[in-house]
Design a protein around this ligand. Structure first.
Ligand SMILES: Nc1ncnc2c1ncn2[C@@H]1O[C@H](COP(=O)(O)OP(=O)(O)OP(=O)(O)O)[C@@H](O)[C@H]1O
Ligand SMILES: [Mg+2]
Length: 412
C-alpha cells in the first residue's frame, strides 16, 4: 500500500494553534485578574483601616462635631456632640433650625448666630452660646465654624466644633464675684478709715442745726421776732440738714454693694462726688485739693461706684504720700481730659515719689509700705481699669511726687 502524498491540512492545525493561544490568554488574564483582586483587596483593607481609625478618632473626641449643608440641615454629628446635647444622632441628622437643643430663652441670639454662620461671617475665634440638653439642663458652648469643602473644592456646607465651657464660665464668674466682694470690702475699709473724720463732718451741720434751733426758741420766747427773721433761720436749718443728708447719701452710695453696672457716666461728676467724700479728710490733713476738669467731656460706659473707688484710692494715696512734707506744699491736683478716644483722670501729688524697688511691686495685692495699709488700693484700681478696658499707669511728677493716670474709653 502506497500512501498518497496528501496535502498538509492547515485548517485543523490553525484551529489547534489558536485554541492553544486562547487557552494561554485565558490563563494570563485569570492571573492578571487575581493580581488585580489582590491589589483591590489590599486597597479596601487599607481604606477600611483608615475609616475605622478616623471613626475611632471622631468617636473618642471630646469635642462635639456637627456638619450642616448649605441650608442649615444637620448632616452629621459625632458621639461627643450627642453626649453634650443628649439627643441621639438619628434624632438630629436631617433636622432644620430651630434645633431642639437651642435654649428657648436664648433663641433670638442663637438664631442670629446661626444666620451669621450661614452667611459666612462666623468669627474665627468662635462664639459662645447657651444651649440646652435634652433633660433641660443649660450649658455654655464655644462654637467654632468653618466652611465644609468637598474633594472637588466645592463648598457644600458648614463644619462646626463645639466645646462645653460651662465650668470655665462658672470659674470666671466665681472669680468675678470674689473680686467684687473684695472691692466691696475694700470700700468698707476705706470708709472705716475715714469714719472718724466723716463723723466729725456730720457733727458740724447737726451742731449748727441745734444752735439755730435754740436761737429760734429763744426768739419765740422773748416775743421779738419777725416772720422774715424766722424764715431766714429755718432756711439755714434746712440747708444744714441737707448737708448732713448729703454726707450720709455719699457714704451709703459708696459702700452699698450692688451688682456692677455699666451705664453712661460723667467722669467729672463722679470725681466731684469723690472729692466731696474725701474733702473733710483732706482738710484735716492740710491737703489742698485742686480740680482742673475739662468741660463737656463725653460720657463713658462704666460702673459709677467703681470709678469713684478708683478716684478715692488714688486721692488717698496722694494724700498719704504728702504726710511728711510741710503743710504749705501739700497740693493735690486732679485733672480730667480727653485724649484720642480715652478719658483720662490724672492725680498728681507732691509727695516723696516712688522708688524703683517699690514701683516693681506697686500693683501686687497686699503690697504696702504703710503701717495701716491693706495694700489692695492700686491692685483694685488696676482690675477696675481692666474691667473697663482702660489702663492705670504712673509717672514721676516733674515738680516732685507722682502722677497716676487712669484712662477709660469713651462711649461710642
Ligand atoms: N502717690 C503715691 N506716692 C508714693 N507712693 C505711693 C503712691 N501711691 C501708692 N504708693 C505706694 O504703693 C503702695 C501700694 O499702694 P496701695 O494703694 O495699693 O496700698 P496702700 O495705700 O498701702 O493700702 P490701701 O489698700 O489702704 O490703699 C503704698 O503702700 C505706697 O508705698
Ligand atoms: Mg492706697
Amino acid at each position: 500500500v502506497t500512501a498518497y502524498k496528501s496535502e498538509v491540512r492547515w485548517i485543523p492545525l490553525l484551529l489547534m494553534g489558536s485554541l492553544g493561544v486562547l487557552a494561554a490568554a485565558i490563563v494570563w488574564s485569570l492571573w492578571q485578574l487575581r493580581r488585580h483582586m489582590q491589589r483591590r483587596q489590599a486597597a479596601e483593607q487599607a481604606l477600611r483601616a483608615e475609616h475605622a481609625f478616623r471613626k475611632a478618632m471622631e468617636d473618642s473626641l471630646n469635642t462635639g462635631m456637627r456638619a450642616r449643608d448649605l441650608t442649615g440641615r444637620i448632616t452629621y454629628v459625632n458621639p461627643a456632640f450627642c453626649r453634650m446635647v443628649g439627643w441621639r444622632a438619628e434624632e438630629l441628622v436631617g433636622l432644620l433650625p430651630p434645633m431642639p437643643y437651642w435654649a428657648p430663652e436664648a433663641l433670638e441670639r442663637t438664631r442670629a448666630v446661626h444666620e451669621m454662620v450661614l452667611g459666612g461671617h462666623a468669627p474665627p475665634q468662635g462664639i459662645e452660646i447657651r444651649l440646652m440638653r435634652k433633660n433641660g439642663e443649660r450649658f455654655d458652648a464655644l462654637l467654632i465654624e468653618a466652611p465644609l469643602i468637598d474633594s472637588e473644592g466645592r463648598h457644600i456646607g458648614w463644619m462646626g466644633s463645639m466645646v462645653d465651657v460651662t465650668e470655665q464660665k462658672n470659674a470666671q464668674e466665681l472669680a468675678r464675684q470674689q473680686q467684687e466682694r473684695l472691692q466691696a470690702t475694700a470700700r468698707l475699709v476705706t470708709m472705716g478709715e475715714m469714719a472718724s473724720t466723716l463723723a466729725h463732718e456730720l457733727n458740724q451741720p447737726l451742731a449748727a442745726i441745734s444752735s439755730y434751733n435754740t436761737g429760734c426758741i429763744n426768739m419765740i420766747g422773748s416775743g421779738d421776732m419777725s416772720p422774715r427773721e424766722l424764715t431766714g433761720i429755718l432756711e439755714k436749718i434746712g440747708k444744714q440738714a441737707q448737708r448732713a443728708g448729703q454726707i450720709i447719701r455719699r457714704v451709703h452710695a459708696f459702700v452699698r454693694r450692688s451688682e456692677p453696672k455699666c451705664e453712661p457716666v460723667d467722669l467729672n461728676a463722679i470725681l466731684r462726688e469723690a472729692v466731696g467724700l474725701v474733702e473733710p479728710d483732706a482738710e484735716r490733713r492740710g491737703v489742698n485739693i485742686q480740680l482742673d476738669l475739662a468741660e463737656a467731656l463725653p460720657p463713658v460706659a462704666a460702673d459709677p461706684v467703681m470709678i469713684e473707688q478708683v478716684a478715692i484710692n488714688l486721692i488717698r494715696n496722694g494724700m498719704d504720700a504728702m504726710a511728711n512734707i510741710p503743710r504749705a506744699g501739700r497740693d493735690l491736683l486732679l485733672v480730667t481730659r480727653l485724649q484720642d478716644d480715652m478719658l483720662i483722670l490724672s492725680v498728681a501729688d507732691r509727695g516723696k515719689g516712688i522708688p524703683p524697688d517699690v514701683a516693681e511691686k506697686l500693683f501686687a495685692p497686699f503690697f504696702t509700705t504703710k503701717e495701716e495699709g491693706m495694700g489692695m488700693g492700686l491692685n483694685i484700681c488696676r482690675s477696675i481699669a481692666e474691667l473697663h478696658r482702660g489702663r492705670l499707669s504712673f509717672e514721676d511728677n516733674p515738680g516732685g511726687g507722682t502722677i497716676f493716670h487712669f484712662s477709660i474709653p469713651v462711649l461710642t
